[in-house]
Design a protein around this ligand. Structure first.
Ligand code: GLU
Length: 441
């Protein structure tokens, strides 16, 4: 059987780092096995699903190079879900129920007061045909619930190991709402069966869903894929990330200048026993990917870890890959290679390129200590007008040294700060070579 995985976001918002983990794991499993990766848009909720988000999801995945072999939209498959619903009715596993949310709430409170688990009591199952007709006449269509077999549901989880859930502790899941809207659980099961999905990796918040889905698949006469549930991400101190995920969208990280391979390399290893290594490609990540190395403990994510990885990638990036962006900054062609070689060792993200170019083009606001002011005036007086070359710095500092008697750090540091406005940065010989304007106080 072809290994087939899917990433199934709901287009109700932008993808964030948490979603990315799910997408990446499924992508890597398929690629490693030479299988198929499906992008599935879980868009059965017409109110919350937006085309804008569906487009954004694809754009974000493309930015990362996470390609899909097939795209599916649940909203195109509503007929299939009705067929499956009929099939569940035919085998006696689907029943209509009319309780209002308030009534259900009351039942739950009573159960909790009596120390019982708040599981739906299946009152609707005991309605006679007459009572059902009366309910329908009074309340309109009900919701449709799947009748669980009250036994233990067991599976070997790809990350969590052997799992077992007592179906008696779970309410019969509602699969179709009173307004006819098919809910995720049914749609997902039908898709996983029809699309031949062999492996499902998703967040551990789906463990109970998995238990019920295993029974629904069996009721539809199908086997089930292997399931694995990865831990959820937390912040660096272990704090819940859920509230911050809005600011950790893939768009925000892209806008912050994070390199795709930095993000992918971190995400492919974070939470596993294998070290994070900066990979050159998704193929390389797929080769080394091993789901069994991931643990069940919550995974700490610190977005600051993405910056040094991005910087390392930039240091190894050839000019050709950034030539267009460098030209867009206004760097003349003949300076591009030189500028990139000097700048790339001194940036964290590409966003740092513009200030470096501004410095070379216009000069910096000099940082000069009061006691060095006279020295700098004298030194600037000894500097010829540009163009400068690779010898300019050595010639200039030799002349200044002779004229002022300064040497070492007291000679070089004030000059660096006066020319660049900073106390660190590229070799001064390189800075001078790129400088387009004579520095002045
Ligand atoms: N749309 C579901 C979600 O985003 C998909 C879960 C699944 O992978 O089955 O949570």
């Amino acid at each position: 059987m072809t290994v087939t995985t899917r990433f199934a976001p709901s287009p109700t918002g932008f993808l964030h780092v948490g979603n990315l983990r799910t997408a990446l794991f499924n992508h890597l499993i398929a690629k490693k096995a030479g299988g198929q990766f499906i992008l599935r848009l879980d868009d059965t909720d017409p109110e919350r699903s937006k085309q804008e988000y569906a487009d954004a999801i694809q754009e974000d995945l493309e930015w990362l190079g996470i390609t899909w072999d097939r795209i599916e939209r649940q909203s195109d498959r509503l007929d299939r879900y009705s067929e499956a619903a009929d099939q569940l009715r035919a085998v006696g596993r689907f029943y209509e129920a009319w309780e209002t949310p308030t009534e259900l709430d009351l039942k739950r409170k009573k159960q909790l007061n009596m120390g019982l688990p708040p599981v739906y009591d299946r009152a609707a199952l005991n309605l006679s045909a007459d009572e059902q007709a009366r309910m329908r006449a009074e309340r309109g269509a009900g919701v449709w619930r799947f009748k669980l077999d009250q036994e233990r549901i067991e599976w070997e989880d790809g990350i969590l190991g052997p799992l077992s859930i007592d179906a008696g502790s779970v309410s019969d899941p509602v699969l179709i709402r009173a307004d006819g809207q098919v809910l995720y659980t049914l749609a997902s099961v039908v898709d996983d069966i029809d699309m031949g999905v062999t492996h499902v990796v998703r967040g551990s918040d789906h463990v109970t869903n998995t238990a019920t889905q295993i029974q629904i698949m069996a009721a539809l006469g199908a086997g089930h894929p292997s399931f694995a549930h990865h831990s959820l991400l937390t912040g660096p101190q272990g704090e819940a990330l859920s509230k911050r995920l809005g600011t950790l969208s893939l768009r925000d990280l892209r806008a912050a200048g994070i390199a795709p391979m930095a993000l992918l390399s971190l995400m492919a290893r974070l939470g596993s026993s294998q070290p994070v290594v900066l990979a050159g490609s998704l193929e390389e990540l797929a080769d080394g990917f091993d789901l069994s190395q991931f643990g069940s403990a919550p995974t700490k994510f610190d977005e600051n870890d993405l910056y040094p990885l991005t910087a390392r990638i930039l240091q190894e990036t050839p000019l050709a890959a950034v030539a267009a962006e460098i030209a867009a900054l206004g760097v003349p062609d003949q300076l591009a290679a030189d500028f990139w070689n000097v700048a790339r060792a001194n940036i964290t993200t590409k966003a740092d390129l513009a200030p470096w170019w501004a410095l070379f083009r216009d000069g910096a606001a000099p940082a000069v200590e009061a006691e060095d002011r006279e020295f700098i005036m004298q030194a600037f007086g000894m500097l010829p007008d540009p163009p400068y070359d690779g010898e300019t710095w050595a010639n200039w500092t030799n002349a200044v040294k002779e004229a002022t008697g300064r040497k070492g750090k007291t000679l070089f540091m004030p000059l660096r700060k006066a020319v660049t406005g900073q106390d660190k940065g590229p070799e001064m010989a390189d800075v001078m070579r790129l400088l387009q304007k004579k520095p002045a106080l």
